[in-house]
Design a protein around this ligand. Structure first.
Ligand SMILES: [Zn+2]
Length: 251
């Protein structure tokens, strides 16, 4: 009797132990399952965020990617203002003092044109024309400037950073880079040095903004103003110039 009782008790205890062990295992399995599920959700979430970033970057063209996600909504702005302008020309940066008349500091939004001009003042130097733009800050009431001025010897002065608009091309100001060219005579024909620098600078800008020669225009093409005079009066010379830019771009 005693033997039997103890056996029964032992087997009951054994069964209880087994059941509790099973319960424990089931609990652990559940917890493991939950952890795996959480881990999978995290991996999925991270991969989605990663894809989103890549998508935006891809949309931001070939320029350096924006460093923070804050600039996401201004992708186009980033892509044009961060354009990588590389040149082996020697460019003298003499930025104008910010002022409402010649350097308003307005952000240049999306460059899709290069606009060529002539200064219209025979024999003046790039420096004299840059200094004229600078003096406009005193408030004569005239609004004018240019990103670049090319002088009679082919020297180049940059007056406005490429991230800001210039006051040169009327309706095109918000989407273009402007180049003013000096000329020895009234006819507006550029010296060979000025011409070569203009071809070179225009080609380097086209490369930076991924533009073709049909996106290089004259001030005349915007407003009908006779500027640059020689290229307006000699259509063939303008076509030759565009051909030279294209050839330079091809190299
Ligand atoms: Zn002009």
């Amino acid at each position: 009797m005693e033997e039997q009782t103890s056996f029964r008790e032992r087997s009951r205890a054994e069964r209880a132990r087994r059941i509790s062990l099973q319960k424990k295992r089931r609990r652990e399995a559940r917890r493991r399952g939950l952890l795996i599920l959480i881990a999978l959700l995290m991996v999925w979430g991270i991969s989605r965020i990663g894809k989103g970033e890549n998508g935006r970057r891809a949309g931001a063209s070939s320029t350096s990617a924006a460093s923070s996600t804050e600039s996401v909504s201004t992708t186009d702005v980033e892509s044009s203002t961060n354009a990588v302008f590389e040149t082996d020309l020697s460019i003298d940066e003499q930025f104008l003092t910010p002022n409402p008349y010649s350097r308003p500091g307005t952000k240049l939004e999306n460059v899709d044109r290069i606009v060529v001009h002539y200064v219209g003042n025979p024999g003046t130097s790039a420096q004299a024309n840059r200094d004229y733009f600078e003096r406009l800050k005193n408030g004569e009431g005239r609004y004018a400037s240019s990103h670049f001025v090319i002088g009679l010897e082919g020297e180049i002065i940059q007056c406005i950073p490429l991230t800001e608009i210039s006051y040169a091309s009327n309706d095109m100001n918000s989407r273009s880079i402007s180049i003013e060219c000096c000329h020895p005579e009234e006819d507006g024909k550029f010296s060979p040095e000025t011409y070569d620098a203009l071809v070179h600078l225009t080609a380097d800008l086209c490369r930076a903004y991924n533009l073709g020669k049909d996106q290089v225009i004259r001030h005349y093409d915007v407003t009908g103003k006779i500027c640059p005079k020689y290229f307006v009066e000699h259509e063939d010379a303008w076509e030759t110039f565009l051909g030279d830019v294209e050839r330079k771009l091809g190299k």
